[in-house]
Design a protein around this ligand. Structure first.
Ligand SMILES: C[C@H](O)[C@H](O)[C@@H](O)[C@@H](O)C(=O)O
Ligand SMILES: [Mg+2]
Length: 395
């Protein structure tokens, strides 16, 4: 095998406005319209998640240039904090390493930040570097990332859609629709009634043969989630997602015992590393794991998480993260479908999930995506040169 190039330089940039920090949208977007969160107990933060800062981080862009001039890159949620971690801490492990050293570099980045990382924005940042490394290695080899992960196990991806309009998602060919939950415990019986009314209305619009789910974004407690789940059975709710804060493993285990037979409990998008997901598995917290590959540790860690889940017969359906999810899901037997986040402000049309930051980003057609749409080298996308990259730190 010819000598593989080494890493010449790593660079980190911030980007604002949609993209990987997909909550960073302009006003009037469904994704910021009175969605229940752990902050909903404070009335001043109830209407808008941006009001309490859901979009403060912004997008982190990681670029890794090899000695042969090839450049791998990724986008994730991390912003200027992520830039600092990359430039001031992680660059020392990356520059000079061989582009094939992905596993070793992950171990060095994780252990070197263990004293201040483990979860959250530090693991988001490591995830971003890891995704850029996989993009770089695949480009050097002239292959799509999925080919480096063992290749596609099916001809196409099928998607459910997350957004305010499951009725439109059904017309677009998606296999299901996941609604944001709008009212949490602080809005008491009236809020619960509204949650159920919306679900009932959507069930009537979509009919019986279409999945409907609720995404609760960490906003509930076990008692409320239990009541919601049991009342929602009337409308055939397929799963209740991320009902509780990520660290409440005990609550998830109790909720899973409380929900009606056949209803699924799902979570994981704000969990990180194989250890966090091992906890979810061993405490029997959920039926489907939903790691975000840009937040859980990257492809390198998601491979480990997926194997842990597979050994226990559990599905891994990654939280939507555009091509970074698609290249993974197409290669896993225990990832039979994928999430697509409807990023159009009214959830009434399909637009690329990380728009406007990526060019050549594939989108589902009739709720499906052919594996052949993922055959360009790397993750198959380009940074949009019209986007305003800012490099706040250098090393
Ligand atoms: C729709 C949810 O409130 C989040 O905004 C969403 O990004 C995430 O939880 C998801 O599962 O897509
Ligand atoms: Mg979710």
């Amino acid at each position: 095998m010819s000598k593989m190039p080494t890493i010449k330089q790593v660079r980190a940039f911030t980007l604002r406005g949609g993209g990987a920090d997909y909550h960073d949208q302009k006003g009037g977007h469904w994704i910021d319209d009175h969605i229940a969160t752990p902050m909903s107990k404070y009335p001043q933060y109830r209407q808008s998640r941006q009001s309490f800062g859901i979009n403060v981080l912004g997008t982190l862009v990681v670029e890794i240039e090899a000695s042969d001039g090839t450049v791998g890159f990724s986008v994730t949620t991390g912003g200027e904090i992520g830039c600092w971690i990359v430039e001031k801490h992680l660059a020392r492990f990356l520059e000079g390493a061989c582009v094939t050293d992905i596993e070793k570099l992950w171990d060095q980045m994780f252990n070197a930040t263990l004293y201040y990382g483990r979860k959250g924005v530090v693991i988001n940042t490591i995830s971003g570097v890891d995704l850029a490394l996989w993009d770089l290695l695949a480009k050097v080899r002239g292959e799509p990332v999925h080919a480096l992960l063992g290749g596609a196990v099916r001809d196409e991806l099928v998607f459910y859609a997350t957004g305010a309009r499951p009725d439109l998602a059904k017309q677009m060919g998606f296999i299901g629709g996941k609604l944001p939950l709008h009212h949490g415990p602080a809005e008491r019986e009236e809020g619960l009634r509204k949650n159920l009314e919306l679900l009932g209305d959507m069930r009537q619009r979509v009919g019986d043969d279409f999945w409907l789910m609720y995404d609760c974004w960490m906003s509930l407690d076990v008692e409320y989630a239990t009541r919601l789940a049991n009342a929602a059975a009337e409308f055939d709710l397929k799963w209740i997602e991320e009902a509780l804060p990520p660290d409440d493993y005990w609550g998830y285990a109790e909720l899973r015992r409380n929900v009606p037979s056949g209803m699924l409990v799902t979570t994981g998008e704000h969990e990180a590393t194989r250890w966090g997901f091992r906890m979810l598995l061993e405490m029997e917290c959920c039926d489907i794991l939903q790691p975000d590959v840009g937040w859980c540790g990257g492809i390198t860690e998601l491979l480990k998480i997926s194997a842990l889940a597979d050994a226990r017969g559990k599905l891994v359906v990654p939280h939507g993260s555009s091509v970074y999810s698609y290249h993974f899901v197409i290669t896993r037997q225990n990832s039979p479908f994928a999430e697509f986040l409807m990023m159009a402000p009214q959830a009434d049309k399909v637009v690329p999930m990380f728009s406007p930051q990526l060019l050549d980003e594939p989108v589902p057609v009739n709720g499906r995506m052919r594996a052949s749409a993922l055959d360009a080298p790397g993750f198959g996308v380009r940074l949009n040169p019209a986007c305003d990259l800012h490099r706040p730190h250098t090393h």
